[in-house]
Design a protein around this ligand. Structure first.
Ligand code: SF4
Length: 420
């Protein structure tokens, strides 16, 4: 199915013909975005319902806007996920990563193991460590600071993209520090950016079902905007494909758009498909079988590109959630960033995602080239590195380094983490 869709998208049908085939009202909406107009929430809901010729026109417009606004380069970052503990008391129903402390495969990685993983990542050319974990009830108040300090002391060159808003909330509560003081302390210890995860859908009714102990919408906004004010930028995300409605999605993205206008702190937006396997949401029947991968996801990517036009330029695909082939197709539906090589991604894998946990830079570049685009390695903050040459944090070229397949020292359970 993806091959057929890919062929359809690559058929070279001129945008004008795609637009001409769309229904008049939908075409007017698309032409408004092409002219620089903004979509409101009702428009977003309509876009998320596009079918047939309207859908093909939507995908074509998303691709055209992407080309106009950010060009044809597809960026990616060489990074490693480190999920230092899977012990968590929060109990999100969409999460297959969490463990109770008494479960046989619960783990809390000692700092030596974390440092070894960072070393291994740097040896393979990583410029970023993405670090998140479960919310461990046994954690010492200053653990996050201490882990960060240990890593940055040993490896000052690595960019630390770490601690979700949920972890920031937990850390600030355990230390009795304000968000501002806690974030400022982490910044002083070398925190570079934070993942804009734990967002799921920013609607408290939805969150009550997904995870009633998690950060509220207001907590999430307060933490992220405080981080941005302190110069700690973040990604932004949306988890879709569970109990949310199209209106929830449109309102979620509209909220991110308002926040971005206030702070300018989001580096990118990442739509994340919900992986249902082995989750309570699915087992308890709160969600049914997921829609087939493909059109459903491409519509979300195109919607994101249109809704965020002129506000958040980078729309990142998630090969972990979609799989390589569909992630590749999403580059023709508005996405311009392929995300990270992610040497350890236990959260999605545990919930049944099928793309594995590592894509080498070489493989990523081949996937990007497969849709006729140029792959460019970037930093976390989207500074493009030398084209055609993967530059390691230690200055080594990493092309042809043979780094493939699963990573791992074997000591930290190689499981995924979604907070996250
Ligand atoms: S998503 Fe994060 S906070 Fe929620 S249960 Fe999983 S590990 Fe815990």
């Amino acid at each position: 199915m993806h091959t057929a869709l890919l062929e359809e998208l690559r058929a070279g049908v001129p945008l004008e013909r795609r637009l001409a085939a769309a229904s008049p009202g939908f075409r007017a909406l698309l032409e408004r975005v092409l002219a620089g107009g903004e979509l409101d929430v009702d428009d977003g809901v309509r876009v998320l319902g596009a079918e047939g010729d309207d859908l093909l026109a939507l995908l074509a417009v998303a691709d055209a806007i992407r080309r106009t606004d950010v060009g044809d380069d597809v960026t990616y970052v060489v990074n490693r996920n480190i999920n230092f503990t899977n012990i968590c008391f929060v109990g999100c129903k969409f999460c297959a990563f969490k463990r109770q402390r008494w479960e046989a495969d619960a783990y809390d990685a000692p700092i030596e193991v974390v440092l070894a993983k960072v070393q291994e990542a740097i040896d393979r050319g990583a410029t970023e460590i993405c670090m998140q974990g479960g919310i461990n009830p046994d954690m010492e108040p200053f653990t996050y600071r201490d882990v960060l300090r240990a890593i940055k002391t040993a490896f000052p060159q690595i960019h630390m993209h770490a601690f979700s808003p949920m972890e920031i909330l937990y850390g600030s509560r355990r230390t009795t520090m304000s968000y501002r003081d806690y974030l400022a302390m982490l910044k002083a210890e070398g925190l570079g950016t934070i993942p804009g995860t734990a967002a799921e859908i920013l609607d408290d009714d939805v969150r009550e079902v997904l995870s009633h102990k998690k950060v509220t919408v207001q907590n999430w906004i307060d933490i992220v905007t405080t981080a941005h004010e302190l110069g700690i930028r973040s990604s932004s995300t949306m988890m879709y494909g569970h109990i949310e409605t199209p209106r929830h999605m449109a309102e979620h993205v509209a909220l991110l758009r308002r926040l971005q206008r206030l702070t300018g702190g989001f580096t990118e937006f990442v739509p994340l498909r919900f992986i249902h396997t082995d989750t309570e949401l699915y087992r308890e029947g709160l969600v049914g079988d997921p829609p087939p991968k493909g059109i459903y996801d491409l519509r979300v990517y195109a919607f994101s590109r249109l809704m965020l036009r002129g506000v958040i330029d980078n729309i990142q695909t998630s090969w972990v959630k979609l799989n390589h082939e569909l992630a590749q197709v999403s580059l023709l539906a508005g996405a311009n960033d392929f995300g990270g090589t992610l040497m350890e991604e236990s959260i999605s894998r545990e919930a049944g995602a099928d793309a594995g946990e590592y894509t080498s830079a070489e493989d990523m570049r081949a996937l990007i080239a497969g849709v006729g685009r140029r792959a460019v390695e970037r930093t976390t903050l989207y500074r493009k590195l030398e084209a055609g040459h993967t530059r390691a944090a230690n200055g080594r070229s990493t092309h042809g380094d043979g780094a493939r397949g699963r990573s791992g020292s074997g000591e930290v359970s190689p499981r995924p983490a979604p907070c996250c």
